[in-house]
Design a protein around this ligand. Structure first.
Ligand SMILES: [Cu+2]
Length: 345
């Protein structure tokens, strides 16, 4: 009931304001002062257009220059160089068009504002102009799309067979990392197998899973292809490693992948940036809930020899937690036991 009354009140108020405005206009028409009012407010609006253009233009340039280093992070992957080229070419083409159209958009209302003695000219159509402003953007955009499409199909082509596989699984709110172990093949998984001690839901009855191991960070070798197998356990997440120019959604029920070749070790990047604290990182770029901001994972890029050494030091899921092998079928249990006895040596 109150809602209805408030609604009626608002309607009455709006109609009163409208009536006052109408009366004012009619009075000015009767007095003959309406023309002056119109040209005065036109002039103010025209000046405001130009002020808006200059003000927002200054803000845009100031911000772009001030934050430029954040747009242009150093590249640390092979395909990243191509991605950057595409980005800056697109930026240059669209940037020039953006500037020209926006200057015209705001300068024209000023230039062609109402003047008592000026008559608008009638210019119905011009086929030549129509052809030019349809064909030129068509050709330019087709070029941009084509080069982008070619780069995209290169980047998303199947990974080389020798690529080091790393599984990145997103969940609310962290990334879990799994390595395939010596066989470089990840074991199966099933969401029904997820428990407190098996957060990945790894199926240990699969032979490939026996040597899989977890890792608190992503360690990868420089100069060799790396294949991220990406999945999500609950909602959409997105793997974003800005220095690698890598971004790929993690979708529940639909595994995705991204392969790349890192070109600079963490140490080299620290030296380049003169920042001994620097770490490559994965951030989540899909607003996935309250703890979204905390989804950070460190990527450590090392020389290939250091990588092999690190691999040899890792302990498999089963070595870390022998109870995972307890209920396995006899054949698998045997494999697990061999591995356990190896780790005791
Ligand atoms: Cu997330």
């Amino acid at each position: 009931m109150y809602g209805f009354l408030i609604g009626v009140g608002v309607l009455l108020l709006l109609s009163i304001i409208w009536m006052v405005y109408r009366i004012q206009t009619l009075v000015s028409v009767v007095k003959g002062s309406d023309k002056k009012v119109a040209s005065g407010s036109n002039k103010i609006n025209a000046i405001l257009f130009v002020l808006f253009l200059v003000g927002t233009g200054i803000l845009m340039f100031w911000y772009s220059i001030k934050e430029f280093d954040n747009y242009q992070l150093p590249v640390a992957s092979e395909h990243g160089v191509i991605t950057d080229q595409l980005f800056w070419v697109t930026m240059a083409v669209t940037g020039v068009v953006f500037l020209i159209t926006h200057i015209l958009l705001f300068v024209f209302p000023y230039k062609y504002q109402y003047k008592e003695n000026r008559k608008a000219s009638f210019y119905p159509d011009n086929n030549k102009l129509e052809v030019i402003w349809t064909a030129v953007p068509g050709v330019v955009l087709a070029g941009l799309v084509l080069t982008g499409w070619m780069a995209w199909s290169d980047i998303t082509a199947p990974a080389p067979e020798n690529a080091h596989v790393v599984e990145i699984m997103g969940y609310q709110f962290a990334w879990d990392v799994r390595y395939p172990g010596k066989d470089n093949v990840l074991g199966d998984y099933d969401y029904r197998l997820i428990t407190a001690s098996n957060s990945h839901g790894v199926d240990f009855t699969d032979k490939n899973a026996i040597d899989d191991f977890p890792s608190p960070k992503v360690v990868i070798p420089k100069g060799e292809p790396v294949l991220f197998k990406i999945r999500a356990r609950d909602v959409l997440h997105s793997v974003f490693a800005p220095h690698m120019r890598l971004k790929m959604d993690a979708v529940p029920g639909m595994p995705t992948r991204f392969w790349f070749v890192p070109t600079k070790t963490t140490e080299e990047m620290r030296a380049e940036l003169n920042n001994p604290e620097f770490e490559y990182e994965i951030a989540c770029t899909e607003i996935c809930g309250r703890g979204h901001f905390s989804m950070k994972k460190v990527i450590e890029v090392v020389e290939p020899e250091a990588y092999q050494k690190w691999l040899a030091e890792q302990k498999s899921f089963i070595q870390q937690n022998p109870s995972l092998a307890e209920n396995l079928p006899a054949e698998m249990k045997e494999l697990a036991d061999i591995q356990l006895s190896e780790s005791k040596k």
